[in-house]
Design a protein around this ligand. Structure first.
Ligand SMILES: Nc1ncnc2c1ncn2[C@@H]1O[C@H](COP(=O)(O)OP(=O)(O)O)[C@@H](O)[C@H]1O
Ligand SMILES: [Mg+2]
Length: 254
């Protein structure tokens, strides 16, 4: 049975999409069968995995959510073992259309049931907000990875998000777990980066990944080129960190 993991935070620019892409790619390279779902209408994950429209209209998460396409029609294999359900800006419309249906918050959970038979891990890249799409992802998920950029107010924002998670667990999805808090864009020479990381570890010691993702331009460049960092810059510090994260993830999710 495949596990569904949401990569989520109400904050933008903290490394959710970069984590979804690179953790998925590193697990795929290790031979796991992985699906990653772009559930942010901004479509950064789709672009970061090299999915460009090329004039033709590709079907994606909007069509799947609204039952205009079957699973096989929306899956794209990016690299060996790594599949994506891409998205476009029209995913906003799914929010409106699905919102009017019964058991709306369970929609994605139900749609992803068949994927559990096919994939070892299914990652959902969430938008940077407490939106309906985030709710659907958290209702579908077994666990959540929360990327945290080591900056001012990170701990406060994290506390708010975790409160929301427990609410969703209490009301909609009792099996939801915190997979881990991931410190991202860490700069060891910046005091604020170090103190924020220490503060978060103090409060969430057992729930913070050992692996820390450093600030590393190769990660940003690889997304621009639409290639996971493990292929674009295999020796870069950021790539090595995501490979370590994959190993750490596999230890608790063999
Ligand atoms: N560790 C990192 N080092 C340098 N740049 C990064 C790193 N992680 C992400 N970025 C860049 O920062 C920006 C925001 O990251 P992204 O993953 O899109 O965040 P989110 O999905 O949370 O909004 C992107 O331009 C991305 O390429
Ligand atoms: Mg994103």
């Amino acid at each position: 049975m495949g596990k569904i993991i949401a990569v989520a935070s109400q904050k933008g620019g903290v490394g959710k999409t970069t984590t979804a892409i690179n953790l998925s790619a590193c697990l795929a390279v290790k031979g796991k069968k992985v699906l990653v779902i772009d559930s942010d209408p901004q479509a950064s994950l789709s672009f970061g995995l090299g999915i460009r429209r090329n004039g033709e209209k590709i079907k994606g998460l909007y069509e799947y959510y609204t039952e205009r396409a079957e699973l096989e029609e929306v899956l794209i294999e990016c690299i060996d073992n790594l599949f994506v359900i891409p998205t476009r800006i029209d995913l906003f419309m799914a929010e409106l259309e699905v919102f009017e249906t019964e058991e709306r918050e369970k929609k994605l959970r139900v749609l992803l049931e068949p994927c559990r038979e096919i994939f070892d891990y299914i990652f959902i890249d969430c938008p940077p907000s407490f939106s309906f799409l985030t709710l659907c992802a958290l209702v579908a998920a077994d666990s959540v990875i929360i990327p945290v950029q080591c900056e001012q107010f990170a701990l406060e924002a994290l506390r708010i998000f975790i409160k929301l998670l427990w609410r969703i667990k209490g009301n909609f999805n009792e099996s939801l777990e915190l997979e881990g808090i991931l410190l991202t864009m860490f700069s060891k020479h910046i005091t604020l980066s170090r103190t924020t990381a220490e503060d978060i570890r103090k409060v969430f010691r057992t729930k913070t990944f050992e692996t820390v993702i450093p600030r590393n331009i190769a990660l940003a460049e690889s997304s621009i080129h639409g290639i996971p960092a493990i292929f674009y810059a295999p020796e870069a510090a950021g790539t090595i960190a995501y490979k370590e994260l994959a190993l750490e993830f596999l230890k608790s999710n063999p």
